[in-house]
Ligand binder design. Structure first.
Ligand code: AP5
Length: 211
């Protein structure tokens, strides 16, 4: 089954995707991760995306849609779209692309987390520079300070997790992504999951929806 996982910055999309990969063998397509990899490798796509991401703005639709199209064309199956679509234009483009490729997304799962919780999750998040493992200074700290438990890499704060940038990301979410709830209600694919619980409880609800 192919699904869309969406929600505000910090709602837990990456965390749940990781569990879906490990426990259900799904494949994650995260536009945020794809952009960060492109930035790290200094590709033309990365150089174009970097300025937007550092300001907490969305990367233009044409760039983002083209990037996702390339991944879908590779024949990926049983996938989670994490962080895409994020605008109505992206959702329309996705529908078109999937139809062309004879693919379908069965559910658009919305992770619902109150706004006041998001800021703490984002400012406290730390990520491994090497393997991209995700930690949190309070709820999921590394065993040794700033050292990744998984690979020993350096664990740092994402540039866009600084308080001044988070405000812009949340604003972009409210303006462009939040309207997708209505979009998916209309298409009959919308399901909401309470994301303000322990990660396992959230995962169990998502897994039940997928089976
Ligand atoms: P992206 O990387 O997709 O950022 P985001 O949507 O802002 O989502 P996050 O990665 O911040 O959060 P998440 O929901 O994955 O939460 P996580 O699981 O890590 O995008 C980055 C940027 O790229 C965008 O701002 C934009 O510029 C650009 N971009 C990406 N896609 C785009 C698109 N389609 N169009 C245009 N531009 C695009 O969890 C967060 C923290 O909370 C972690 O520390 C975690 O440990 C903790 N946590 C998770 N779950 C729980 C829980 N249940 N309880 C307690 N703590 C939890």
């Amino acid at each position: 089954m192919n699904i869309i996982l969406f929600g505000a910055p910090g709602a837990g999309k990456g965390t749940q995707s990781e569990l879906l990969i490990k426990k259900l063998g799904m494949v994650q397509i995260s536009t945020g991760d794809l952009f960060r990899a492109a930035i790290k490798n200094k590709t033309p796509l990365g150089l174009e995306a970097q300025g937007y991401i550092e300001k907490g703005q969305l990367v233009p639709d044409s760039v983002t849609i083209g990037m996702v199209e390339e991944v879908l064309k590779s024949g990926v199956q049983n996938f989670i779209l994490d962080g895409f679509p994020r605008t109505v234009a992206q959702a329309d483009a996705l529908e078109h692309l999937l139809a062309k490729m004879n693919l379908e997304v069965s559910k658009a799962i919305f992770l619902e987390v109150p706004q006041e919780i998001l800021m703490g999750r984002l400012t406290g998040r730390r990520v491994c520079k090497n393997c991209a493992a995700v930690y949190h200074i309070d709820t999921k700290p590394t065993k040794a300070e700033a050292v990744c438990d998984a690979c020993g890499g350096e664990v740092v704060q994402r540039n866009d997790d600084k308080a001044e940038v988070i405000g812009n990301r949340l604003k972009a979410y409210d303006e462009y992504t939040s309207p997708l709830k209505e979009y998916f209600v209309r298409s009959g694919k919308f399901v909401s999951v309470n994301g303000n619980r322990g990660t396992d409880a959230v995962f169990n609800d998502i897994a039940a929806l997928i089976k």
